[in-house]
Ligand binder design. Structure first.
Ligand code: MTE
Ligand code: MO
Length: 330
């Protein structure tokens, strides 16, 4: 995606620029990026098919999890290779190219780490990462993941339901939504020099979505702790929503009464809604969401595979949205 780099990303944005100009520039850049990246990214990936197709455990510290018994948590589909899962990423804090996170996230210091829990809870506080790791039994969950750009993977995550943490902090009756705030440290994250998004990257879920047993607080993949490019040391994994809802490298969880800001929704509200449920019937304004390419399996010339309602998790999560107009609340 050199052309994209040349057109903006690597160009530092002057501090004194007006807010409106920054906004226009960011919006134009995001449009370019999102519209073009599925194709260009796939070309990049198909050039790399020679990479090992097997898991590469042993690179990171082991983090085994027992097979999950949560309904829908173990898809039978073949997992994507460790090389693809850890080499083809979106993590804009480290750059917008799919290979940037693997190249630049190594410098991220994930120990010590803590997560602040605040807002509408009876037990606010700061959780050390070691306490979070011990809070509940680790499970393996094999989830289909679908990026809004039109590609997908199958990833064996390790973690436990976010609900475990939520119950322990005792939300008040006013807690209607959760906001997830991620790390924004210029010293460690070269992507923050760009105004491609507002930093820190933030995401949000409605309380019932956050409490759903499939919503995972993720600490590992392929039986090991998360590589930095996948959101170490702790991230969200929401398999029925487009990938960008799954916030990486979380530092703060806020329980709030009103629908919170979410980065892509703030950047381009007409293109990325707050809900962002995978839905083949609701197109992105500039491209269809009816089909996808599975990274590692579907070459550029292969017929695309159909995208499933709620990414195939309709039986588990469909009732959360009963009666909602999903074209309006996209
Ligand atoms: N902090 C942060 N989290 C993020 C992103 C990001 O840029 N920054 N990208 C999102 C997007 S668009 C996707 S598709 C997934 C990718 O996760 P993966 O690299 O582990 O597959 O992370 C999401 N979480
Ligand atoms: Mo994504």
């Amino acid at each position: 995606m050199q052309f994209i780099k040349d057109r903006g990303f690597s160009t530092p944005v002057a501090e004194g620029i007006t807010a409106r100009a920054t906004f226009d520039q960011r919006r134009d850049f995001l449009r370019q990026l999102a519209g073009g990246s599925a194709g260009v990214g796939m070309a990049l990936w198909s050039g790399r098919q020679a990479l090992a197709q097997t898991a590469a455990p042993g690179k990171m510290r082991a983090l085994p999890g027992a097979r999950s018994t949560v309904a829908g948590a173990m898809t039978m589909e073949k997992s994507s290779s460790y090389a693809d899962v850890t080499g083809y990423n979106n993590f804009y804090e480290f750059g917008t190219d799919k290979s940037d996170p693997a190249r630049h996230a190594g410098r991220l210091k994930t120990q010590p780490w803590s997560v602040v829990v605040e807002g509408e809870v009876r037990k606010p506080g700061t959780w050390d990462i070691d306490a979070l790791l011990k809070l509940s039994a680790m499970e393996e969950r094999i989830y289909r993941m679908r990026c809004v750009e039109g590609w997908s993977m199958v990833i064996p995550w390790v973690g436990y339901s976010l609900a475990e943490l939520i119950r322990r902090v005792e939300p008040t009756g006013n807690a209607k939504y959760l906001q997830f705030v991620t790390l924004a440290d210029k010293a460690q994250m070269p992507g923050l020099r760009s105004s491609v998004l507002e930093w820190p990257y933030v995401e949000g879920l409605r309380m019932d979505e956050a409490m759903h047993p499939l919503t995972l607080l993720g600490f590992g993949l392929y039986g090991e702790i998360l590589p930095n490019q996948n959101g170490a040391p702790v991230r969200l994994v929401v398999p029925w929503k487009y990938g960008f809802k799954s916030a990486k490298s979380i530092v703060r969880i806020r329980f709030v009464e009103a629908q919170p800001a979410a980065s892509w929704n703030v950047a381009l509200p007409s293109e990325y809604g707050f809900y962002s449920n995978v839905n083949p019937k609701v197109d992105h304004p500039r491209w269809s969401q009816a089909t996808e390419r599975r990274i590692g399996d579907d070459g550029l010339l292969a017929r695309k595979r159909p995208t499933l309602m709620f990414n195939g998790y309709e039986n588990q999560v469909g009732q959360l949205y009963a009666g909602m107009d999903l074209a309006k609340y996209f």
